[in-house]
Write a protein that binds this ligand. Structure first.
Ligand SMILES: [Fe+2]
Length: 269
């Protein structure tokens, strides 16, 4: 199962810029690259902060851009999103019974479960799973107790080493992690956004996690600075492959790579 992760697109209404960048133009190039070079992908996921101010016009521009992308899509919402605006423009997006934009999906081979969580708590920057969403997750996991789960969510429910996000992280992450750790099938990986810089890590008890790089603006990596500068960075997305022998996350940020000539195949040893 191959999944393309795009995160923190921060789309604004057409004609506007954000931090001097055009989020729609950047995303258009990313989607073109995905469409032209990743024909074997099975799924496209947006891990939140789809729109910068939750504006309907921003979601409309995304809907237009996706019209020539031949991939099913799952959406996560981030703190910059607005659930009502998103659902108005994407009325067919998967939601749970309470209207949260979250869902589950078995992988193509049926060996893994993917869960897409809604961590948006409107009015706050930090995320929440809340008791209601935790119950949904518990019930969802209970339907396939033996399947290992891979989680997609906007806010990082694990330590991330960025002081800027200390007060605006996942406020009830312990609730989420408790549900996940109780899953008999285990947790293979947690993919998130929010921090805008690439990160790979593992929890003390062995749960792997990673953050995609922001699609629009990114951060200078001043980890202890509570207000690090925003930065422009490479266009990018992450290629996630879920196989029996592992979960792989290849960061693709090589849009402007300069070819230097062919390499040679190495027969070994
Ligand atoms: Fe963001």
């Amino acid at each position: 199962m191959k999944i393309i992760q795009i995160t923190d697109t921060h789309l604004v209404p057409p004609g506007q810029l954000l931090h001097g960048l055009d989020p729609s133009a950047r995303l258009r190039k990313v989607l073109d690259h995905v469409r032209d070079t990743r024909a074997d992908a099975d799924l496209l996921v947006f891990t939140g902060d789809i729109a910068n101010d939750g504006a309907e016009e921003a979601y409309l521009s995304l809907r237009d851009m996706l019209s020539d992308i031949p991939l099913p899509v799952r959406f996560m919402l981030g703190n910059h999103d607005r659930r009502a605006s998103f659902r108005k423009i994407f009325p067919k997006a998967e939601v749970d019974g309470a209207g949260f934009v979250q869902s589950a999906l078995a992988t193509r081979d049926g060996r893994d479960l993917l869960v897409f969580l809604d961590s948006l708590h409107e009015g706050q920057i930090g995320g929440r799973v809340c008791d209601q969403r935790a119950d949904w997750l518990r019930d969802t996991l209970a339907q396939t107790p033996k399947l290992p789960v891979t989680v997609f969510v906007h806010h990082p429910p694990v330590a991330h080493g960025m002081r800027h996000f200390d007060n605006i992280g996942f406020h009830d992450a312990d609730t989420l992690m408790k549900v996940l750790r109780a899953h008999p099938g285990g947790v293979r990986h947690i993919f998130f956004g929010h921090i805008h810089i690439p990160l790979n890590g593992v929890t003390r008890d062995g749960i792997g996690f990673s953050a995609g790089r922001g699609c629009n603006h990114q951060f200078v990596q001043e980890f202890d600075n509570p207000a690090p500068p925003w930065a422009a960075g490479p266009l990018n997305y992450t290629i996630i492959t879920i196989r029996e022998d592992g979960v792989f996350a290849h960061g693709c940020d090589m849009f402007d790579v300069i070819p230097l000539g062919p390499s040679r195949a190495c027969a070994g040893p």
